[in-house]
Design a protein around this ligand. Sequence first.
Ligand code: PLP
Length: 400
Amino acid sequence: MLAQRTSLFSSSGTAAARAAAKAAAAAGKEIFDLTAGEIWTDLAPSLRAGARDAIDRGINRYSETVGIEALRQAIARRLSVETGQLWGPEEIAVTTGAKQALFNAAMLLLNPGDEVIIPAPYWSTFPAQVSIAGGRPVFLDTRANGYVPDLDALAEATTPRTRAIVVNTPNNPSGTVYDRTTLAGIAELAIERDLWIVFDECYGTFAHAPWVHQSIVAMVPEVRSRTIVVNAFSKELGITGWRLGYLAGPGEVVKVAKALQSHTTSNPNVIAQHAVLAHLENSDGTFEQQLRARLGMARTKGLSILSSLAHVPIPAAQGGFYFYLDLAEILTDGQSADDVVSFLLAEAGVAGVAGTTFGDRCGLRLSYGVPLAVLERGLRSVVKALNTWSGSTPRVKSAS
Ligand code: PLP
């Protein structure tokens, strides 16, 4: 008999979607897999060189628990530029991906029964970690408000038990970039009600013009003392497998994160740390520019293909690398995006992630971080299949 908490460990829906795609491919079907939360890319040369150099220097031992000092300094310098405020290494904890940073945050903020407001649709790890830490996720439906929190609804969702709000912008899965008014309103509410903000900006380098990613601590400096900024190099540099992220926050937060990490992972992978440090010190930004340009092209191409959808609005795709389709118009009562995802896999050979994974019966997430040829063929197939989706009673197409 295992511990009760194991019931909270349901594995991620994204992984299940990917597994279904793999199984279909193994059965000999051509599958366009648009499920992944990562970008298909080569390694940045400076990362490759940095990792090789660390290995050649024989680096093999535990590092400082929250990351080597030089890397924390480099991250602090970068945050200082991004936020226009001074940051020091004592405010940075390097982590094993953003996931560990978020897990640290949940573990160090929450007492049993504390509530955390999570705008829905949401990346499913947010509520899972809150629950594992003993807290209670409280979902705030954002669908009717363009997938950003309505400030009045947010205020109404707070209770005396509310401890924190999760802010993820650019957002996974919806692809929205939170506007200044929304961020300022969230900051104001957090100050007024004495709440923490967990600010996940893992997709921050992928805001597509005219949308601009704003750091909440840059916009409202008074909120910094109650904010844990979470970021990673996973998406930004296309190194999801290297597992390197960080949290930035008040020194007392970093201190307890360090204590927690000392009993969980000891330190983030040391070769990855040295490689990212080399990248931060030596790269001129060309790699990131090229990656952004490639994603921009994929987004433009994808949106043009999706504009042929007859009964589904074109997604905004303001940031990140996901098209998030709202299937509300084509779902009948009793149906959900799961039905559409199964249909697309069987009929169109396309794998996507159903919004049910993200707390949204009507959403469909399609990644455009894949090779362009896969994206084009996959999306054409989606359009053809959805335009003939027989489970639908289509109404008029709504505006994008
Ligand atoms: N935060 C968000 C919003 C994500 O979508 C993801 C990964 O998909 C993460 C955090 C985790 O990132 P990492 O791979 O660095 O742990």
